[in-house]
Design a protein around this ligand. Sequence first.
Ligand code: GLY
Ligand code: MN
Ligand code: MN
Length: 438
Amino acid sequence: MDAEIFARRRREVMQHMGGGIAIIPSAPVRNRNRDVDFPFRPDSDFYYLTHFPEPDAVAVLVPGRQYGEYILFCREKNPEKEIWEGLRAGQEGADEQYGADDSFPITDIDDILPGLLENRDKVFCSMGRYPEFDRRLMGWVNEVRAKSRNGVHDPGEYVNLDHIVHEMRLIKRPEEIRLMKRAAKVSARAHRRAMQTCKPGMMEYEIEAELLYEFRKGGSPFPAYPPIVGGGANGCILHYTQNDARLNDGDVLLIDAGAEIDGYAADITRTFPVNGKFSGEQKAIYELVLAAQLAAIDQVRPGNHWNDPHDTAVRILVDGLRALKLLNGDTDGLIENGDYKRFYMHRTGHWLGMDVHDVGDYKVAEAWRLLEPGMVMTVEPGLYIGSGSEGIDERWWNIGVRIEDDVLVTRQDSEVLSDDVPKGIEEIESLMREGRKQ
Ligand code: GLY
Ligand code: MN
Ligand code: MN
């Protein structure tokens, strides 16, 4: 992405800052075991404002500073280390490639940061996300405070930067939507491949491998979250990620998996029969979830509020469960007392963006937020009938169905970003038949 895009975002943040200073660390590198670290991923807010991919970096915004408003602390060039760990931008790269007005080695931050804090009224930061960094920040503030007799003053106010940046991140700009479409396309390809490959007797992790193959081939460095590949009873475990069981003839398989592309997530779920053909009970549950999902997507449009898709989905699911005699009582009563939650225990969606459960408030002044063009949300109703479900005939057991798409609010209504992967029963069965022929 063009460096100007990030400069524009920083300028927008600075417009909210008056004479304050913003301090934004990237994520720390986390150790996995001894000499092995977890794959590094930058902090989403930091990356949103800098596009700087390296660890050990801190961005500082100082509106009105004479020698430059955007300072980036990062690792120095080090030819010896670069042989082992890869190239570093260094101070020159920070300026030239990443648009920093000024850049210093990260090893100098303790010497330089207290000076930048002097006589600034407010510090904009995100407290609590990285406790070790918060502690260091307090140390720098204390250094300034100790100099008060020299006439300098320390910042008296700490403002949560999250609110400013997260409101910006909630409304996706065209360049972000392009990345989200790419993430959805790559993920859709992976889901199609899974449908075409699946056969009874395979292991869940074999299907996971097919997903990861398409993600990586599509340029995704890693999935946006650990893929869920759950057959039969495992499809009823909402955050199942072991993916190590055999797939049985006659079960349905629930796959919730999405790729990350340049920091942006896709989040897609599909459910299909392991043997390529839905049974009567599976079809009944599937069609009900699909009807709820389509009606909920229809509620995604500007001016509707955040909770409209959920309310719509719940009503259709409850009506349908009553028709199938899986719930007894009247619809309003069942919604009111929450009895349906034994089969549908999560909400119908969440914001989607750089984080799979993305930032942005769901309520404003105690009222559900109105949908606006540029917001992206998932729509993901489901029904889960575990084995041993009390009072439920065995033929319904171990059916876990979720259908999840990524939906952009447009000026008129909405656009489904993830519609490259089929969800109609006929289309799924036909795609699986094709896969068998190959
Ligand atoms: N994959 C997590 C979710 O669907 O919310
Ligand atoms: Mn989701
Ligand atoms: Mn999901």
